[in-house]
Design a protein. Structure first.
Ligand code: UDP
Length: 242
């Protein structure tokens, strides 16, 4: 039996790219299933989990804008991409017997509930995994910011950022051999050293609301539960101890 969770309620942010598996684009169902299993394990130990999934595996507003599209339209397309990912994740989780609700920041009531904060809180209290789709619903934002915003609104104890590596490194560990992993950082360290963890508005929001950001690898089996119980490899970003 794994140890008790350190965080009762947590928001997990995964980028769209994490769902691609070995593909160059789109959704790899096996990979989505693998991440869904990680989430199921977390609910099995009694954590209340909500999710924000990016859309970069399908469409990114900035790349559309770079090719001449109006930025706001391109961003709306990016937000729609996150809805597809949310539905894929909902499907995987429900196949595993996990109760879920998708709530979209852009109303599309045929496929998802509209985002209503108090309703989302209620779903979480009932043990449902809430998947927040369509980011913040506003162009010129990212799903990182949506993750920090929803984590704040839900009163989460932690914002878990599942990435390709097991924490924040001094340099890209895939490229620099002696890059070192930080155990702990402050929000200010991340902002001042421009460490590429999440975008600056997400870091600022987490800092203002005192929500620790835990950066860990979403690709290690059992990694999510390990970090939730304080046993995993990760970097913890929080305010400096008083
Ligand atoms: N997006 C947006 N507002 C939001 C969240 C996302 O406009 O609140 C758009 C933006 O174009 C972004 C795309 O949706 O590029 C996909 O999200 P993101 O790039 O954050 O996904 P990730 O990099 O995490 O896969």
């Amino acid at each position: 039996m794994p140890s008790k969770p350190l965080y009762k309620r947590a928001l997990l942010k995964v980028s769209g790219e994490a769902l691609m598996g070995n593909q160059q684009y789109g959704i790899d169902v096996e990979t989505v299933d693998r991440i869904a299993r990680e989430i199921k394990q977390a609910t099995d130990i009694g954590c209340e989990i909500c999710l924000v999934i990016g859309g970069g595996n399908i469409f990114r507003g900035l790349s559309g804008a770079a090719k001449g599209m109006e930025r706001a339209s391109a961003d709306y397309m990016g937000m729609l991409a996150t809805v597809m990912n949310a539905l894929a994740m909902q499907n995987s989780l429900e196949r595993m017997g996990v109760q879920t609700r998708v709530m979209s920041a852009i109303p599309m009531t045929t496929i998802a509930e509209p985002y209503i904060r108090r309703r989302a809180v209620r779903h979480m209290e009932k043990g449902r995994v809430v998947i927040f789709a369509a980011g913040t619903g506003n162009p010129f934002f990212t799903t990182d910011t949506a993750a920090a915003l929803r984590a704040t609104e839900m009163g989460c104890d932690a914002l878990m950022k599942g990435t390709q590596v097991d924490g924040v490194y001094s340099a890209d560990p895939h490229k620099v051999k002696d890059a070192t992993r930080y155990e702990r950082l402050t929000y200010m360290d991340v902002l001042a050293r421009d460490l590429q963890v999440m975008d600056t508005s997400a870091i600022a929001l987490a800092r203002e609301n005192n929500i620790p950001i835990i950066v860990f690898s979403i690709h290690d089996d059992g990694g999510f539960v390990n970090v939730l119980t304080g046993n995993g490899r990760c970097t913890i970003i929080e305010n400096a101890a008083a």
